[in-house]
Design a binder for this molecule. Structure first.
Ligand code: ATP
Length: 478
C-alpha cells in the first residue's frame, strides 16, 4: 500500500481485482425479454408511456440512455447509408401526406392484416400468427387449440391510423399517419432526380416516425404502434434489380455484424409468395434470434416498378428516368427497411450478460463501443473534495466530454459505480485515485475483461480516440 500526501491510505492494491475473481455462471446466459425490460426500466432506457395514468398498452417512452442508444443506431445507419457513399442522398418528408398518396400506393385497400376474434376469451389475434399467440383462457396455449376456443372468420383490418386535417370533420378532410416513410420518397423522386442530378443506380434514404395500428403489439418495443423507420429506396435499371437485391441483403447483414450482433444469431429468410406485401416482387428478411424466437429484424424488398408506376398513373406526373441519349425507363426499387426499435431490442438481447464476480452477480451489456450510450466513465475513487481526486477527475471529464459522450460519476462506492456503468454498457472507466496524485496516471478498467491498466492522464484522450476506432468483436458470453 502507498500513503499519499493527503493522508489517504493508498489504493493501488485495494481495487477490487475483479478479473482474478471471475467465475462463470453457466455455459450461456439465458436472455429473456423480462430481463431486458427490467434492465431498461432500472437504468432508465425505457419507461412505459403515460404510466401515471395507468399506461397505454404497448406504448413506451425512451429515457436518457435509451435516447443515446437510439441516437447511435440512427447516426451509424446514416453514416453507412449516406455519409460514406456517393450514390445515396437524404430526405425528410412530411408525416401526413395527401391521402391520394395512400390510395395510389395501395395502402388504403391493401395494407391490412387478417383479424380473428375469439368469442370466448374476447381477445383479437392476427390469423397468420395464431401459432405463436397466447390464448386468454387456460389450459389453451394457442387460440383455436381447445374446443372452448370460438374463433370468427378472418376479416381484413387496415393498419393505418386515420386523422382529420383542418377543422372540418368530413370525408374530404380525412388523412392518414404514414405507415412507412417510403411513399414520401417516391413522391419526391422527380425532385431528387433533377436537383441532385442522379442517375440509377442511386438511392434516397429517410429516417422518421411511422404509425401502424397493430392488432397484437407487444414483446416490449419489438412490435409497437409508433416506431422510427430507417428506409432507403435504391432505384436501379430493371435488369439489375436481382443483383442489387442480393447486394443490399449482404450489405445490411454486414452492417449488423460490424456493430456486434453475433453471426450465429442472424439469418436471412426469403419470403414465400403468400407472405409478400402487395407491392413486393421478392422480399428477404434478415432475422434475429430474439428471446421470442427467430423474428424479422429488417426487410429487404424488391418493390419492382410498382410504386413509381402507381404514382405516375394517379398523379399524372411521369416518374421515370430519361438518359442523356434519350433512353427512358421506370427504375425498379430495392428497399432495405428497419426500425430503430427492432435494432434496439436485438442489440440489448445480444449484449445482455450475467456473470459472478467476487461471489456477486454482475449484469452487463457487452455493447459495441460505437453503440454504447456512454463511451467512458470518469470516476474519482474518493469523492470528498479534500481527498484531491475530484479536481483532476472533473478536469479530465471536461476535456473528454468535448469529444465523446462520457459520464462523471462520484456517487457510491467504486464497486457500485462500476456495476452501474456495466449495466448501461459503458466500455471503459477511468479511475482517479491516490496514485494519480503521486504520478499522474489513471486506471482504465475494461468492461468485458475487467482488466485494469494505468495510463498517463495526458494520454487518456488519445487512448480513448484510438480505442473507439479499434475493430471490435463480441466477447464470449459468461
Ligand atoms: P411484421 O411481419 O413483423 O409485422 P412487416 O413485414 O409488416 O413486419 P415491414 O412492413 O417490412 O414489416 O416493415 C419494415 C421494418 O419495420 C421491419 O423489418 C421492422 O424492422 C420494422 N417494423 C415493422 N412493424 C413494426 C412495429 N410494429 N414495431 C416496430 N418495428 C416495426
Amino acid at each position: 500500500m502507498t500513503c499519499s500526501s493527503t493522508g489517504v491510505v493508498g489504493t493501488r492494491g485495494a481495487y477490487p481485482r475483479e478479473a482474478d475473481n471471475l467465475s462463470v455462471v453457466a455455459e450461456t446466459t439465458e436472455v429473456t425479454m423480462d430481463k431486458i425490460v427490467s434492465l431498461c426500466r432500472r437504468r432508465g432506457f425505457v419507461f412505459p408511456s403515460s404510466e401515471i395514468y395507468g399506461g397505454l398498452g404497448s406504448t413506451y417512452d425512451f429515457g436518457h440512455y435509451g435516447v443515446l442508444l437510439r441516437d447511435n443506431i440512427r447516426s451509424l445507419w446514416l453514416r453507412a447509408m449516406v455519409r460514406e457513399r456517393d450514390d445515396i442522398v437524404a430526405l425528410d418528408s412530411a408525416v401526413i401526406l395527401n391521402p391520394k398518396v395512400w390510395e395510389a400506393s395501395g395502402h388504403v385497400t391493401g395494407f391490412t392484416d387478417p383479424l380473428v376474434d375469439c368469442r370466448t376469451c374476447k381477445l383479437r389475434f392476427r390469423e397468420d400468427q395464431l401459432a405463436s399467440a397466447q390464448c386468454g383462457r387456460k389450459p389453451s396455449k394457442h387460440p383455436g387449440e381447445t374446443p372452448d376456443c370460438d374463433l370468427t372468420e378472418a376479416r381484413l383490418f387496415n393498419l393505418m391510423f386515420q386523422t382529420q386535417v383542418g377543422a372540418l370533420e368530413d370525408a374530404s378532410s380525412a388523412a392518414y399517419l404514414r405507415p412507412e416513410t417510403a411513399q414520401g420518397i417516391f413522391i419526391n423522386f422527380k425532385n431528387v432526380l433533377q436537383l441532385a442530378r442522379r442517375k440509377p443506380p442511386f438511392g434516397i434514404a429517410q429516417i422518421g416516425k411511422a404509425f401502424r395500428n397493430e392488432i397484437t403489439p407487444g414483446n416490449f418495443v419489438f412490435r409497437v404502434r409508433e416506431f422510427e423507420l430507417m428506409e432507403m429506396e435504391y432505384f436501379v435499371p430493371p435488369d439489375e434489380a436481382d443483383k442489387w437485391h442480393r447486394y443490399w441483403i449482404e450489405t445490411r447483414l454486414n452492417w449488423f455484424l460490424k456493430y456486434g450482433l453475433r453471426e450465429s444469431m442472424l439469418r436471412v429468410r426469403e419470403h414465400g409468395e403468400d407472405e409478400r406485401s402487395h407491392y413486393s416482387t421478392a422480399t428477404s428478411d434478415i432475422e434475429y434470434l430474439y428471446p421470442i424466437g427467430w423474428s424479422e429484424l429488417e426487410g429487404i424488398a424488391n418493390r419492382g416498378d410498382y410504386d413509381l408506376t402507381q404514382h405516375t398513373e394517379h398523379s399524372g406526373t411521369k416518374l421515370e428516368y430519361v438518359g442523356e441519349g434519350g433512353e427512358r425507363y421506370t427504375p425498379w426499387v430495392i428497399e432495405p427497411a428497419v426500425s430503430i426499435e427492432r435494432i434496439f431490442v436485438a442489440l440489448l438481447a445480444d449484449a445482455y450478460d450475467e456473470e459472478v464476480v467476487e461471489e456477486r452477480q454482475r449484469t452487463l451489456l457487452r455493447l459495441h463501443p460505437a453503440m454504447a450510450p456512454v463511451k467512458a466513465a470518469i470516476l474519482p475513487l474518493i469523492s470528498k473534495e479534500s481527498a484531491g481526486m475530484v479536481e483532476p477527475a472533473r478536469k479530465l471529464y471536461e476535456e473528454l466530454r468535448r469529444h465523446h459522450l462520457v459520464e462523471y460519476d462520484d456517487g457510491g462506492n467504486i464497486g457500485r459505480r462500476y456495476r452501474r456503468q456495466d449495466e448501461i454498457g459503458t466500455p471503459w472507466a477511468f479511475t482517479i485515485d491516490d496514485v494519480t496524485l503521486e504520478d499522474g496516471t489513471v486506471t482504465v478498467r475494461d468492461r468485458d475483461t475487467l482488466a485494469q491498466e494505468r495510463l498517463p492522464l495526458e494520454g487518456v484522450r488519445a487512448w480513448l480516440d484510438d480505442a473507439l476506432e479499434r475493430p471490435w468483436t463480441p466477447p464470449p458470453k459468461g
